[in-house]
Design a protein around this ligand. Structure first.
Ligand SMILES: [Zn+2]
Length: 345
């Protein structure tokens, strides 16, 4: 997929429609895997760990005194935070769900850290002391970032939720990169559509002529020569994959989610597109892991290439050429054969 992602990034960098006043971005800026392109919130991962009322307060029927805020620390520290709330005038004995929304939000999410003089309620001999308040979110985030204790970090991790990053919508890209469009879509949008659709979106640009170029507006590079050159290259690459029956895949599909058969065909597509001269490809069972229906599209893709294809298993299914000989004749020398003359054997 990288061989497709690179020209796509180049297309957005050189020929995208930028917002008014925005400077041109490098192609790196359109990859979440680079320092320039990674979303500052999730560092390009596209996922964010967040807290919510439900994650911090799993049982809203409890009062704060009974431990409603499960994410808070236990023991002395937890009692300390509760005492601070009491001194600040909050109700710690009413069930959580009956507290006013404003109070609940402040207790869970405030960035403020008021310091109050606390007289411990539970111990008459204890002396008053200065206590600093931490909202449940501040406490969880602070512990995750700064605690030296693995146990502590694991404990607070249980109160976090994992989901798409709210800043980049899960794309891992910066707001600046997501503001650039091509054919009305962001690069995240194009990464998400099946390649059959991607081909149709870029096809009009590949067909632009010089006359069409002049009529395009200046603020967008979508009609310039660069756009035409890049989209033509991209369309060629995409077409190889469409021919291999992979048109349903989206560019943004991560490698671990691909099946062995899909990986196999992507590798073949990369090889065939590399355009090496004077090379013979020896494809050892290129149909391994493929359903016969998926193996069939390989045939026209392989015909133009001088390829030797020992694939006894596929040949027995009658779907793919088995190279020169197979089955009981396997290993027979094949010097002088031409690939195309053997497809039917
Ligand atoms: Zn993000």
């Amino acid at each position: 997929m990288t061989t497709l992602s690179n020209p796509l990034r180049m297309l957005f960098s050189r020929a995208g429609s930028y917002p008014d006043g925005a400077g041109q971005l490098d192609s790196d800026a359109f990859s979440p895997n680079t320092a320039a392109g990674a979303c500052p919130e999730c560092h390009g991962l596209g996922v964010a760990h967040t807290v919510s009322e439900a994650s911090l307060v799993p049982d809203p029927s409890l009062s704060i005194r009974d431990g409603a805020i499960a994410a808070w620390p236990g023991a002395w520290q937890g009692k300390n935070l509760r005492d601070i709330l009491t001194h600040l005038g909050y109700d710690v004995d009413t069930p959580w769900r009956k507290l006013p929304r404003k109070h609940r939000d402040w207790i869970l999410f405030t960035e403020e850290q008021p310091v109050v003089e606390v007289t411990p309620q539970r111990d008459r001999v204890a002396k008053p002391y200065k206590g600093r308040f931490w909202s449940a979110r501040s406490y969880v985030l602070h512990t995750l970032a700064d605690s030296q204790s693995t146990t502590m970090r694991e404990k607070v991790l249980r109160f976090m939720e994992t989901g798409p990053c709210p800043r980049c919508g899960g794309s891992g890209l910066t707001p600046a990169a997501l503001a650039v469009t091509f054919a009305g879509k962001t690069i995240a949008g194009l990464n998400a559509v099946p390649m059959t659709e991607l081909a149709e979106i870029i096809r009009p640009t590949t067909e632009l002529t010089a006359a069409g170029t002049a009529s395009r507006k200046q603020s967008s590079g979508e009609g310039n020569e660069v756009a035409v050159a890049i989209t033509r290259d991209l369309l060629q690459r995409v077409t190889v994959l469409l021919d291999l029956g992979l048109g349903y895949l989206a560019l943004g599909r991560s490698t671990p989610t691909l099946s062995p058969g899909e990986m196999q065909r992507l590798r073949i597509a990369t090889q065939l597109r590399s355009g090496l001269f004077g090379v013979i490809y020896v494809l050892d069972e290129p149909s391994a892991g493929l359903h016969p229906a998926d193996a069939e599209p390989l045939r026209p893709a392989l015909v133009p290439a001088p390829a030797l294809v020992p694939a006894p298993a596929a040949a027995s299914a009658g779907k793919l050429p088995a190279g020169w000989n197979c089955g009981t004749s396997a290993g027979t020398t094949c010097a002088g054969s031409t690939p195309t003359s053997r497809w039917a054997s």
